[in-house]
Design a binder for this molecule. Structure first.
Ligand SMILES: *Cc1c(COP(=O)(O)O)cnc(C)c1O
Length: 811
């Protein structure tokens, strides 16, 4: 891309407030964290409900970005950069993308539907790339922001495009259509996903079909109702299992073989999957190949080689204290950029290593491609690059610290675990390189049970609670107890990006671990122990002070260390009767703080005992009044105005008018509310998964597990899964009280839960050894599990053993 600002101004209807219109733009960004932001970047300051790109402009100017599309100019920035002023920065980004798209004239497929968009897109890319230079949406970039960013990735060398479009509201598809301008349409399976934004099923389908307004042909499963909603000028190319009026008739022949009947010709296609969804996605791809005139033999060969698609970037613990970012299934220039941004955001160590395979279908000639890759890696300050493949080996050899291997096997043969330690390693390779084998050797060995944490869902939940608050109210997030069991460091990094004001931990060592991992934001320690005061000061951690004796001890330390105005936080007991100053202590407290310059009261707070239970509403309001009067007394007698805070998660939800200057969010961030209505706004963040180790057939009368608690009353098929009470599964969840989910079906737990294993009934479930088992997540929800065993989700989440590996991912 190379466009001058001069050309862009009219396209996005901007008012020009800058110095030099002739500057050339070679990159577009919306992410302040991206290290590819440079002086050729045009930064669009997007505004969401709870996120405002304008906030990052001063920092971006400091780091060298010069051109901004804004809806207002941040204070004191007016003459420091080029500003293109518009009414709405998202509209501007979309107009820009639509304009950019028009510069190119080649076939572009637009895909929409409820399910399967990303898989169909990835498979088509695989199927068509031998003939074409394909540009496609990276990952699942299909939103109002993702689509323009995808289209902006087109360059002169591409000659085929595949973009997906996803919508959740009326009016959105029209905008995406203008950006993608597809010439061929694909409608994948229509399900019930995202129904909330639409009045009816029909309205949703009509909206989706707007993507095809100007396409020549649309490929879809034969369906009279859907076809009637298509714009009249559009031709269809349809398939069906039964309707003989479809263009292509499909007959299932068992064993994943399909018989295709088209234009009187019949042939068989093998697909390497067993499930219905994959089959339908494969048929959609086959339709595209037929449409473009591929012959039977090529279709058979290529479809037989389709593969499972993994679109997520995953963060895993590696050997020797490394962090591994697993993106081992794709390697193209666009997704390399995304992965490098992700690496920067989630790196746990200063040292960054990238293991990269040859890159295919970039659209650039190889020389130019690797020159670009090399400068991208340099921008991102990658210390070591391990290149695998002939192409990268030949073209990146001048990169400082470049190590080259011809094949993945060569790398594995020479692999020595001691060569990797205390570094963050991005593993990114084209599928044919089978980098999953590299992930296996670099990953920390633990058992098959993992707790997967969805970072997008955490952001979503944070934003839900922010939406309950005034924009000026500060936010502390509790990451105590290892982030409620979800992992503290990764979550803290995300919170830092969201500009949360404070983190809360229970003990000093939790705070120290966060500091060692590079977290610099303010951290308050809720249960400071006297023995840890010195360490807290050394690590810049701020203590909660809850009694006169603690205050005296901390003051002594402050004197010894020559501190001045060291921030402390006063905890008042307003009825919980846990830690905190009581009314009777206030005079002595005030006396000790008066004229004390060693320490400074940064905040005053209290904690609710029943904000989740509205039957105790009066008591909660009493706590609030008591808090207000006690804190007023301290503030007026000392003439100070610290931050005040009392609301926890349920407090934010039920008593948001009492937010004072800050709130303390805990469990809600982790996807658990204490109210059913509240729960409907939250996304579940953690999924506890394991696998089936062994399957058994139990004859009638035989028993399963310790103490013979389960006796088969009919022939029963059981599966053993490697998770037990030592992993944090309550033993009382066993004996048919609880269930897990296997291949979307509920499997009850039979017999007693053992220390490291449990057994489930899979008599009516199609499954085999190695299949994934969900212990909790979307279903069953952790709330359901807690209820059945008579506890609260807090206890379940924080009890998941540390031997269960945490894996973080972003969609
Ligand atoms: C844990 C904790 C919170 C968060 O409570 P949630 O119910 O999880 O929101 C808030 N304040 C204090 C002092 C806490 O210890």
């Amino acid at each position: 891309m190379s466009l001058s600002l001069h050309n862009i101004i009219p396209v996005i209807h901007a008012k020009w407030l800058g110095v030099d219109e002739t500057c050339l733009i070679d990159n577009v960004s919306i992410d302040s964290r991206s290290l590819q932001n440079n002086n050729g970047t045009l930064f669009f300051a997007l505004k969401g409900h709870n996120h405002d790109g304008h906030q990052y402009i001063p920092d971006l100017i400091d780091s060298g970005v010069r051109h901004f599309v804004v809806s207002h100019i941040p204070e004191k920035m007016a003459h420091k950069a080029n500003f293109l002023l518009v009414d709405n920065t998202l509209d501007a980004l979309q107009h820009f993308a639509a304009f950019y798209r028009k510069q190119f004239d080649f076939p572009i497929i637009g895909i929409t539907g409820s399910n399967g968009k990303t898989i169909v897109k990835e498979w088509l890319n695989f199927l068509l790339s031998p003939e074409y230079n394909v540009i496609r949406s990276p990952k699942s970039y299909n939103s109002q922001v993702g689509v323009p960013l995808s289209v902006i990735g087109i360059n002169e060398r591409h000659n085929f495009g595949i973009f997906e479009a996803g919508i959740s509201l009326v009016g959105e598809m029209e905008k995406l259509e203008k950006i993608i301008q597809p010439t061929l349409g694909i409608l994948t399976n229509i399900g019930s996903a995202h129904n909330e934004g639409f009045a009816s099923e029909e309205e949703k389908i009509t909206e989706k079909l707007k993507l095809f307004k100007n396409t020549e042909v649309v490929i879809l499963q034969k369906n009279q109702k859907n076809e009637a909603l298509l714009p009249p000028s559009v031709k269809t190319f349809t398939w069906s299992y039964s309707d003989t009026s479809a263009d292509v008739l499909i007959t299932e022949k068992g064993n994943s073989s399909l018989e295709i009947l088209w234009k009187g010709e019949q042939f068989l296609v093998e697909i390497p999957f067993h499930d219905k969804a994959s089959e339908e996605n494969a048929i959609t791809c086959l339709m595209v190949l037929l449409h473009f005139g591929y012959n039977q033999k090529t279709i058979q060969e290529r479809i037989a080689n389709l593969y499972p698609v993994e679109m997520r970037l995953q963060v895993k613990n590696g050997i020797n204290n490394c962090t591994v970012i697993d993106d081992s299934y794709s390697s193209d220039y666009q997704s390399l950029k995304i992965a490098l941004d992700f690496l920067e955001q989630h790196k746990t160590h200063k040292k960054k290593t990238v293991i990269l395979s040859d890159i295919f279908q970039s659209g650039f000639p190889v020389e130019e491609l690797y020159a670009k890759v090399s400068s991208l890696l340099l921008y991102n300050k990658i210390d070591t690059v391990i290149g695998i493949g002939e192409g990268i080996g030949a073209h990146l050899k001048d990169y400082p610290n470049f190590i080259s291997f011809a094949t993945t096997q060569d790398f594995l043969l020479q692999f020595n675990s001691s060569h990797f330690s205390n570094e963050t390693i991005l593993i990114k390779g084209a599928r044919s390189f089978q980098f999953e084998e590299i992930v296996v050797v670099l990953e920390e060995k633990t058992h098959e049970t993992v707790l997967e944490i969805n970072l997008n869902a955490i952001s979503h939940n944070l934003n839900f609670y922010k939406s309950k608050l005034k924009p000026t109210t500060k936010m502390m997030v509790m990451v105590k107890a290892f982030g409620y069991g979800s992992g503290s460091f990764e979550i803290a990094k995300l919170l830092a990006h969201h500009k949360v004001d404070y983190l809360g931990v229970a003990f000093a060592d939790e705070g120290i671990a966060l500091r060692n991992a590079g977290i610099t934001m303010p951290i308050i320690v809720m249960n400071p122990e006297n023995s840890a005061f010195a360490a807290m000061v050394a690590y810049n951690l701020e203590p909660e002070i809850y009694s006169v004796s603690v205050l005296k001890k901390f003051t002594v330390l402050a004197q010894q260390k020559n501190l001045s105005n060291y921030p402390i936080h006063l905890k008042l007991d307003t009825g919980m009767h846990r830690l905190g100053f009581e009314e009777k202590d206030l005079d002595e407290l005030i006396g000790l703080l008066r004229n004390n310059n060693l320490i400074s009261v940064k905040s005053i707070f209290s904690h609710f005992s029943a904000s989740d239970d509205l039957q105790y509403k009066d008591f909660t309001l009493f706590q609030i009044r008591t808090f207000d009067s006690m804190s007023q007394k301290i503030m007026s007698e000392l003439s100070i105005s610290p931050i005040r805070h009392i609301l926890n998660t349920s407090g934010i939800y039920n008593f948001s008018e009492y937010q004072f200057e800050m709130v303390r969010l805990g469990i809600g961030l982790y996807g658990v509310g204490n109210d059913p209505e509240e729960m409907t706004h939250l996304e579940h963040i953690s999924t506890l998964k394991t696998i089936i180790l062994q399957i058994k057939n139990i004859p009638v009368g035989d028993s399963v597990g310790y103490s013979r608690k389960f006796i088969a009353d009919k022939p029963t098929r059981t599966a053993v899964i490697p998770i037990g009470y030592a992993d944090g599964i309550p033993r009382s969840w066993g004996n048919e009280k609880g269930y897990v989910v296997v291949n979307q079906k509920k499997a009850r737990i039979v017999g007693n839960i053992c220390m490291d294993m449990l057994m489930i009934d899979v008599t009516d479930i199609d499954c085999r050894e190695g299949d994934t088992v969900t212990v909790f997540g979307k279903s069953p929800r952790v709330t359901e599990l807690a209820e059945v065993v008579g506890t609260i989700p807090y206890e379940i989440l924080t009890s998941i053993s540390h031997r269960v590996k945490r894996v973080f991912y972003k969609e």
